[in-house]
Design a protein around this ligand. Structure first.
Ligand SMILES: Cc1ncc(COP(=O)(O)O)c(C=O)c1O
Length: 433
């Protein structure tokens, strides 16, 4: 079962002479040799050694329509020969902004960026500029990109994280500007009493509450019934903006993101990943009255590559497909997701392994735990994460690529045959673990 990684190993050795740490993003490190991809198509990845993988990482989410959807690839190729860097206005950005306003409940105005971290940065700057307040509340376990003001308490060490009901902001890296911790308040997810208490204690200070509407960076944890409604009510009561980070959930759960799926319209939201079928485009969208603080020049927002013509061409093609084939796309994502979740549950039960499989379907999480539910980061931290890493390695050896922490992204290109093969690989992996 073990793969040959001869060329990959050579490339990794070479990479370490030129790339710091041998990789271009910390998320691509893995024990042993990282994946060296040769090409990708549909639900599959091929590595440089010729190994084939059924891919549930999908570029960390973007390849919702599978790798290289033809219509998107053709739009990219057509635009590439008409110009790749205008740094000027063009017609397609207006069409895509208009389409976003039609698809996304909270979108009355749009600004484009390149990646998710930037769009989050723009959202929080705007929230601060609009409210004249400096503090932001985030939830423990939620990830909002790698920039200094928000890289706190994603997966903190428990001995540094403080009490479960009143977590301390724990920086995510050496070199992080320490002052940001003073402006960041951390709350447990799915705990209304803690949120009420914290918002009361910081009354008049909070510019924004930011959340992944369904937490996907620490398990796949939905808000409990009524939770986000009350978060929104508290935000209104305190004059605080509600910001949804839909970098993962956007376009994955519905054309209008988790906000459409859950029926809660935030003040501001950010999108990226699946928006452009694999190209790098992100967007900040929101209420006109708030967003217009950017356009009147009060809050600065810029970027050489904003509304990059090739990325926007990819976004236009992707959004057109999501809109036009709405029922087929989301029908497939939910049904194949449910099929795989059920297959993994059944395989684990047969092997006598305690496994919890949870999430909406188009994205879901496997946890090694006896618990019947995972509600927040502390529950997630109590699951057997070392065993999940072993599963990741064993699945790679069997031609299945999942996100190492146990997250699975579905695409419209995953077939029932892919799912059967994945469940077989999973059963075989459990046997050797
Ligand atoms: C919820 C969420 N927000 C923000 C980001 C940052 O996006 P990017 O990596 O494109 O900067 C990510 C990345 O995974 C994410 O999952």
């Amino acid at each position: 079962m073990t793969r040959t990684l001869h060329k990959s190993g050579q490339m990794y050795a070479e990479a370490q002479r030129y790339l710091a740490g041998g990789v271009s993003s910390d998320a691509r490190r893995m024990p042993g040799v990282p994946l060296y991809v040769d090409h990708a198509e549909g639900s599959r990845l091929w590595d440089v050694d010729g190994n084939v993988y059924i891919d549930y990482v999908l570029g960390q989410g973007p390849a919702l329509l599978g790798h290289c959807p033809r219509e998107v690839a053709e739009a990219v190729a057509a635009q590439a020969v008409r110009g790749m860097a205008y740094s000027a206005q063009h017609a397609a950005e207006v069409r895509v902004a208009e389409r976003l306003c039609a698809m996304v409940p909270s979108a009355e105005r749009v600004r484009f960026n390149t990646v998710g971290s930037e769009a989050v940065h723009a959202a929080l700057r705007l929230a601060r500029g609009y409210t004249g307040r400096s503090r932001v509340l985030k939830f423990e376990g939620h990830y909002h990109g790698w920039l200094d003001p928000v890289l706190y308490s994603v997966h903190p060490a428990l001995d540094a994280a403080g009490p479960a009901q009143a977590p301390r902001p724990v920086p995510g890296t050496a070199g992080q500007q320490p002052g940001h911790a003073d402006d960041l308040i951390v709350c447990p997810w799915n705990d209304l009493a803690a949120l009420r208490r914290t918002m009361e204690a910081h009354a008049g200070q909070l510019a924004a509450v930011i959340a992944e509407p369904i937490l996907c960076n620490t398990g796949a944890i939905a808000p409990e019934p009524g939770y986000l409604e009350e978060v929104q009510r508290l935000c209104r009561e305190h004059g605080t903006l509600l910001v949804f980070d839909e970098i993962i959930t956007g376009f994955r759960l519905a054309p209008g993101g988790a906000q459409e799926f859950l029926g809660i319209t935030p003040d501001l939201s950010v999108f990226g990943k699946a928006m452009a079928g694999g190209m790098q485009v992100s967007a900040l969208v929101g209420r006109a009255e708030v967003m217009d603080h950017i356009s009147t020049g009060q809050v600065a927002h810029a970027g050489t590559f904003n509304s990059h013509p090739v990325g926007i061409a990819a976004a236009e093609a992707t959004l057109r497909i999501l809109d036009r084939r709405r029922e087929a796309v989301y029908g497939t994502l939910f049904s194949t997701g449910a099929e795989l979740m059920e297959g993994l549950r059944a395989a684990a039960a047969k092997a006598g392994v305690p496994l919890l499989v949870d999430g909406p379907g188009p994205v879901f999480q496997t946890y090694f735990t006896d618990a019947s539910a995972v509600r927040n980061y502390r529950d997630f931290a109590a699951t057997d994460r070392a065993m999940m890493s072993r599963l990741h390695a064993a699945l790679l050896d069997r031609g299945v690529n999942m996100v190492p922490r146990g997250l699975w992204f579905m695409s419209t290109e995953h077939s029932s045959a892919d799912i059967d093969a994945t469940v077989d690989a999973f059963s075989s992996a459990l046997k050797v673990m």
